[in-house]
Design a binder for this molecule. Structure first.
Ligand SMILES: Nc1ncnc2c1ncn2[C@@H]1O[C@H](COP(=O)(O)OP(=O)(O)OP(=O)(O)O)[C@@H](O)[C@H]1O
Ligand SMILES: [Mg+2]
Length: 453
């Protein structure tokens, strides 16, 4: 089930040798930098290496029927005893050196494949430019996370001594658009680790999940995004115990370090066994944007350290955070040619979102132009988290609560479209309309609204 790690080491080693250019066929791939070209040995090619004055030949074979790839190593009988073991040690050492220098990070995703069913990874170069420096999170928190990672990486012996698997599990939780996925990219770039992103909807059996984990390599981040969504989905195929076993990492390969990252929009509804210490070692909360985060975004996106509109923005933020960094950064990117316009849009979007939040958190509608009084939908804890996701897909059940499957809604759309002049965008009005539609459904006293008015 598992890739032979020696195979990977040998192919990496051989591809690094200058003599790869002497083989009859090699594949040419562009590297990470635009002018970089990598030579990768083709199938059925011979390559000759020299070690301690002996000639060593490798043949890269592929079995046509099974698709299995293998290497044949030829060493003269007289040299074999003398060089075989030292030579393989040399390959190991060179591989480690290459890995240390490796700049390329790869992103693996699991796919459904005819040959291997649901247990196959494919990979592409991972070129996400996020770093801890480009992320807007508190400096203290950044430093703590970096220190935590560095300590963990140096702790192999400690984990061995206390009889624990050398792994660390992080939970990133917070509303949509607050930077959880971007943080994973920043972490991969910081550690120079590959990312294995598991799409649980493509995994139908626990055994497939185990195989996927076994096939991943060490020095990688194993990621499951939106775990809350999966766990609360009644049609999910994997059981809770399958997920717990996976999180415990018992089926990991090779005894090397493992870092797993899970993301959730909210952990309110999650079984405590999922979150217990050891299963999740580090909880990191990603909040909506406050004024400090706004200033960092204004500085990185608009080059603004200060502006006459900052006090007004600050005043807005004092009423609470209602915009995600994603929303603010979208506004800033679309309006980077006019910082004043960008700030005005941040202010107007903030105000319109604040109204929506007030609607969702109040039993009575207090504002919105006219003062019609109506009952709003019953409060749901997740509803508050998703206050900007005004789009339930199903009707609430008998109890008046929303079924768990509703938890995830990714409708964080900036309310202003690019190039918009700055007043309340069309999209905001349509969001409000949808929202009102929902209130009407829930309202026991049906009253009519004229939203446009
Ligand atoms: N804290 C942040 N710092 C810098 N950029 C951010 C931050 N949060 C969000 N962004 C920007 O917003 C966009 C969306 O962020 P991201 O996809 O990481 O959010 P998320 O929390 O994973 O959302 P979801 O829960 O919907 O998956 C990205 O382009 C990212 O650059
Ligand atoms: Mg995400």
């Amino acid at each position: 089930m598992q890739e032979n790690q020696l195979y990977r080491k040998i192919i990496t080693y051989l591809n690094s040798l200058p003599c790869v250019e002497d083989s009859d066929f090699t594949n040419l791939f562009s590297g990470r930098k635009s002018n970089e070209i990598n030579l990768i040995l083709d199938a059925n090619q011979k390559i000759v290496d020299n070690f301690l004055s002996a000639r060593v030949t490798w043949i890269n074979e592929k079995d046509e029927k099974t698709g299995l790839k293998l290497f044949v190593l030829k060493i003269r009988r007289n040299d074999k005893r003398r060089i075989l073991r030292p030579y393989l040690q040399h390959v190991h050492a060179k591989f480690d050196e290459i890995e240390q220098r490796r700049e390329e990070v790869r992103l693996f995703v699991n796919i459904n494949d005819e040959l291997y069913g649901n247990r196959r990874w494919i990979s592409v170069p991972f070129t996400h430019p996020a770093t801890f420096d480009t992320m807007v999170i508190e400096q203290d928190l950044k430093n703590k996370i970096k220190a935590d990672l560095e300590t963990f990486l140096k702790s192999k012996q400690h984990y061995n001594r206390i009889g624990r698997i050398w792994k660390r599990n992080y939970l990133l939780h917070g509303p949509s658009g607050t930077g959880k996925s971007t943080f994973i990219a920043a972490m991969a770039n910081f550690l120079n680790y590959d990312v294995y992103n598991i799409d649980l909807s493509k995994v139908s059996k626990e055994s497939d999940l185990k195989v996927l984990l076994l096939q991943s390599t060490s020095k990688s981040l194993i990621v499951i995004e939106d775990l809350d969504n999966y766990l609360c989905n009644k049609s999910a195929t994997l059981s809770l115990s399958a997920i717990l076993n996976f999180m415990d990492g018992i089926f990991s390969c090779c005894g090397d370090e493992r870092i797993m990252i899970f993301t959730m929009n909210s952990k309110d509804q999650i079984d405590l066994t999922v979150l217990r210490p050891g299963r999740i070692d580090h909880h990191i909360h990603f909040p909506l944007c406050d004024f400090n985060a706004f200033k960092s975004l204004a500085s990185s996106h608009l080059g603004l350290k200060d502006h006459e509109l900052f006090p007004q923005v600050e005043e807005n933020f004092q009423t609470g955070s209602v915009l995600s960094p994603a929303e603010i950064s979208e506004i800033m990117i679309s309006n980077r040619s006019s910082p004043s316009r960008a700030l005005k849009l941040v202010i107007s979007t903030h105000q319109s979102n604040s109204k929506l939040v007030r609607l969702t958190t109040s039993d009575k509608i207090e504002t919105i132009e006219n003062s019609n009084e109506v009952n709003v939908a019953p409060k749901h804890p997740l509803w508050l988290n998703k206050s900007r996701s005004v789009r339930p897909v199903e009707e609430p059940g008998e109890s008046g609560m929303y079924p768990q499957g509703l938890i995830k809604s990714k409708s964080v759309r900036p309310m202003v479209e690019s190039g918009d002049s700055g007043t309340f965008g069309k999209e905001a009005v349509s969001e409000l309309r949808k929202f009102y539609g929902l209130i009407r459904i829930k309202s026991s006293r049906k009253k009519s609204f004229d939203l446009d008015a």
